[in-house]
Design a protein around this ligand. Structure first.
Ligand SMILES: Nc1ncnc2c1ncn2[C@@H]1O[C@H](COP(=O)(O)OP(=O)(O)OP(=O)(O)O)[C@@H](O)[C@H]1O
Ligand SMILES: C[C@@](O)(CCOP(=O)(O)OP(=O)(O)O)CC(=O)O
Length: 396
């Protein structure tokens, strides 16, 4: 980060962060406050390693900037996006609220700086808006970089939450719970176990489709809240018990219980989507064939070796132990042969035998598999050469 000289107020000050995506085992689906993004029920997720999937965001501030501007994946976007505005407003509110000693020059400078304009440049190293939790990584990354720029200390997951609910869980590494809370101060994410707690866990994202999905999570979940009777039962009676069960399973490294709760949760999310009127379908035929495949794979040896979970889209996320990865991929690729094995496994390399196709399933071919693991939370990128913003304040 460029050193800020309090007298030279035109100096460009820039911070760059990276942030991870997270995949929920206990699903967030439905808000009781849509402005503040307070969820109907708690949720719990695993943060994924940034080596495979991450957002990277540079934020720069300078007195010479004429207005706030945002570039996402190389294209300028409207900064008037209400979610981005919520994050910026909350950030500025926190700075104003902070008690400060006027003789503290750097604090006075930060207070003044918060009135200048920002340039935000962000890129995702994976498809955006395709059900791969890009919004979670994106808003977590923005909040992390802005908090460092403005020296905001303490609890900041609630700032990420106003960008996108699931983003609050991407503020921590490892296994993370979002406590639903009642107001903006109590609806926060907490780490339940660090990333090295259960190192044998691996994650395979089976990408069936990486195009933009037809019904976004924000609209889909509120349609469910308005019209599904099952949803109320789920939030009050089912989720709290499942959160306790899965936390215990994670602490005890009890894969079978972890897997069973994860699969039932995914199925209940899609059941309340089906109970929405008119119904919402996120899974396609291939997704359903993948569910059948995982149950068959588990039945083969009469032990649960893999668990699936699906969010608001057709892509499956599979949790399994490292010792079962090769076997799963070989067996899976027999049933779901890709159109090409070139660039088929992305992320952590796997040496598996390319099988001769068995009886392939009908439906969409699988595009590729991302092989990853549980990883750390957001981080600052110290090397200025890695910044996405040049000395002129524009994207490099
Ligand atoms: N790096 C980023 N920085 C800022 N905003 C981002 C970033 N990445 C994504 N977003 C915002 O999130 C939106 C995509 O969110 P959306 O919920 O539609 O998809 P998703 O997060 O990929 O899928 P899902 O939430 O179902 O997993 C983008 O249109 C953009 O507004
Ligand atoms: C199915 C989910 O992935 C829903 C994610 O919803 P979002 O966090 O994208 O919704 P908004 O708060 O409206 O931005 C389940 C989950 O991640 O818990």
């Amino acid at each position: 980060m460029e050193k800020v000289n309090e007298k030279d107020t035109d100096t460009l000050c820039c911070v760059t962060s990276t942030a991870p995506v997270n995949i929920a085992m206990i699903k967030y689906w439905g808000k009781k406050d849509t402005d503040l993004i307070i969820p109907l029920n708690g949720s719990l997720s695993a943060t994924l390693d940034q080596g495979q999937l991450c957002a990277k965001t540079s934020v720069a501030i300078s007195r010479s900037f004429k207005n706030d501007r945002l570039w996402l994946n190389g294209t300028e976007q409207s900064i008037d996006n209400p979610r981005i505005q919520s994050v910026l407003n909350e950030m500025r509110r926190r700075i104003r609220k902070r008690k400060f000693d006027e003789s503290d020059l750097s604090e006075s400078f930060t207070q003044g700086m918060s009135k200048w304009h920002l340039h935000i440049v962000s890129v995702n190293n994976f498809p955006t808006a395709a059900g791969l939790a890009s919004s979670a990584a994106g808003y977590a990354c923005l909040v992390h970089a802005l908090s460092k720029l403005f020296n905001i200390e303490g609890e900041v997951s609630s700032i990420a939450r106003v960008g996108s609910g699931s983003a609050c869980r991407s503020m921590y590494g490892g296994w993370v719970e979002w406590l639903p809370g009642e107001d903006t101060g109590s609806s926060i994410a907490v780490q339940v176990a660090p990333e090295d707690h259960w190192p044998e866990i691996r994650v395979l994202i089976l990408v069936v489709n990486d195009q933009k999905k037809p019904v976004g999570s924000t609209d889909g979940m509120q349609a469910t809240v308005r019209t599904s009777d099952l949803m109320q039962y789920r939030a009050k009676k089912v989720v709290p018990k499942r959160i306790n069960m899965i936390k215990k399973a994670i602490f005890d490294k009890d894969f079978e219980t972890f897997a069973e709760v994860t699969m039932k949760e995914s199925n209940q999310l899609h059941a309340v989507c089906m109970d929405t009127h008119p119904p919402i379908f996120y899974m396609n035929d291939t997704s359903k064939q993948i569910i059948r495949f995982v149950h068959d794979f588990n039945n083969e040896e009469n032990t649960i070796r893999a668990a699936y979970t699906f969010d608001a889209g057709p892509n499956a996320c599979i949790f399994l132990l490292e010792e079962n990865v090769k076997k799963f991929i070989s067996s899976f690729s027999r049933k779901f042969p890709p159109s090409s094995y070139e660039n088929y496994i992305r992320g952590i390399p796997v040496n598996f035998e390319q099988p001769t196709p068995a009886t392939p399933v009908k439906g969409d071919l699988l595009k590729y598999i991302i092989h990853t693991k549980v990883g750390a939370g957001p981080a600052i990128v110290g090397d200025e050469a890695e910044s996405l913003i040049g000395n002129d304040g524009l994207p490099k």
